[in-house]
Write a protein that binds this ligand. Structure first.
Ligand code: FAD
Ligand code: SF4
Ligand code: SF4
Ligand code: SF4
Length: 383
């Protein structure tokens, strides 16, 4: 019997899923089992779209299609919480199995705080996350730094501190540190991220800590809730996945890697926040002076749900039709997300004027978090 806190190496029993999966296909096999057994009515996962820079969220109700979503896509910019809300709103009693990164999990928790999603209807299969790269930045980095045609790349991965590509004619890996020193690499919000192992999900799955002959062929699964334990138990009994206890040395290594990644995240926070602190108002005023009031930052923020309309009309503080908007437009948005910014980076990445919005919101949120309880994503909302 699996219990909260247990750790396993897990891999798919089905040969096709085993082959397609990023690290043994455990998540795909578990999603498939949850759907087949009726634990969930649909699965939300991510599949490759036009190319590997195009990560497409997909709701699936046919277990046979789940295998098409196997594999990790690091170059998509995705926030799944809005898709989840739309699905739950449209399907009033349905339950959904979702593969989530740390920021996706946090987005869902923040939506639950606002009564926008019911976490009881969700089965969250978390993936550890060292970071993602924006599709545009990934293409630029591959062309300029790797000197490879981005269209010839058929696989990318982040492993052992390197961004690695496989392309027609070879493979190349470059250290993330080196890439980031030169302005390439992970999205800036990912550098500051501290949600590396998503323990707020029902299971936390990743490749860190898988050593020995199972390295690359199995996923390290940490059981984080009763729901997660039930899924793993039932899938084991049904023969959908195989497991063995995680190697103690592997557990130790995973802990060290997680610690190192958290240290790196804190280093980036210090660097980014200190640079901003030298002239907060000046920087925010200067940067937001380019705003064309397209509302993308509001519409794509998981936390601004569902009040985007409030920002569009006239209010006591905001005049419609004013471009660039009065600073109150931005102040109001910052106030709105100051207790919940999950540093997902959507606002910044989707701003057509390249305003570093996530940096501003994240800095504000982090300051509040140091003073108030409960901390972001913590009790009473965590598992
Ligand atoms: P599979 O059976 O291959 O299933 C993978 C699941 O992930 C599928 O449901 C797929 O749809 C979904 N998925 C793919 N891309 C995304 C995405 N961008 N966002 C949300 N869901 C997605 N593990 C670590 O230990 N350390 C890391 O640093 C690390 N970084 C990662 C970064 C990203 C962006 C992602 C997506 C995963 C990362 N992982 C990391 C997890 C690891 O790559 C595997 O996903 C995990 O070990 C499960 O392997 P599997 O074979 O069981 O998954
Ligand atoms: Fe991963 Fe964190 Fe970036 Fe989300 S914000 S993609 S969890 S590193
Ligand atoms: Fe302004 Fe950028 Fe927000 Fe659009 S996304 S409203 S340009 S800050
Ligand atoms: Fe994400 Fe930006 Fe909203 Fe923060 S303010 S939660 S970074 S979209």
């Amino acid at each position: 019997m699996a219990a909260i806190g247990d750790m396993f190496y897990t891999w798919a029993a089905d040969a096709d899923v085993l082959k397609r999966g990023e690290c043994g296909g455990a998540i795909t096999a578990l999603q498939q089992y949850a759907l087949k057994s009726g634990m969930v009515d649909a699965v939300l996962a991510v599949r490759k779209g036009a190319d590997l820079y195009d990560a497409v969220p997909t709701v699936i109700t046919d277990p046979a299609e789940v295998a098409e979503t196997a594999g990790s896509l690091h170059c998509g910019t995705l926030l799944l919480s809005k898709v989840v809300k739309d699905y739950l709103d449209a399907n009033k009693t349905a339950r959904l199995g979702v593969t989530v990164k740390g920021c996706d999990t946090m987005g869902l928790i923040e939506l639950a705080k606002r009564n926008q999603v019911d976490l009881d209807r969700l089965l969250l299969l978390g993936v550890n996350c060292g970071g993602s790269v924006s599709p545009v930045a990934a293409r630029k980095m591959i062309a300029e730094k790797f000197e490879v045609d981005p269209d010839s790349v058929h696989k990318e991965e982040i492993d052992k501190g390197q961004f690695i590509i496989e392309y027609e004619g070879g493979h190349k890996g470059i250290k993330i540190d080196e890439l980031e020193d030169e302005g390439y690499g992970r999205r800036s919000n990912c550098r500051r991220c501290l949600y590396k192992v998503p323990r707020q999900a029902d299971l936390a799955c990743g490749n860190w800590g898988v050593i020995g002959e199972k390295a690359g062929k199995a996923t390290f699964v940490e059981v984080c809730s009763e729901k997660g334990a039930n899924l793993l138990d039932a899938a084991m009994k049904a023969g959908a996945v195989n497991t063995e206890p995680a190697n103690p040395k592997g557990i130790e290594i995973r802990g060290k890697v997680e610690g190192a990644m958290l240290g790196l995240g804190n280093k980036w926070r210090k660097k980014d926040f200190e640079a901003l602190a030298s002239d907060v108002w000046g920087t925010i005023g200067h940067e937001t002076g380019r705003c064309i009031k397209c509302y993308s930052c509001i519409e794509n923020c998981p936390v601004c749900f569902p009040v985007a309309e409030e920002f569009k009309g006239n209010s006591r503080m905001i005049t419609s039709g004013e471009v660039p908007p009065n600073p109150m437009f931005h102040l109001r948005r910052f106030a709105h997300i100051s207790d919940s910014c999950i540093n997902c980076g959507q606002c910044e990445e989707l701003c057509p004027m390249d305003i570093p919005l996530a940096l501003f919101s994240h800095a504000i949120r982090t300051e509040s978090d140091s003073a108030f309880e409960p901390k972001l994503g913590k009790a009473p909302y965590s598992n």
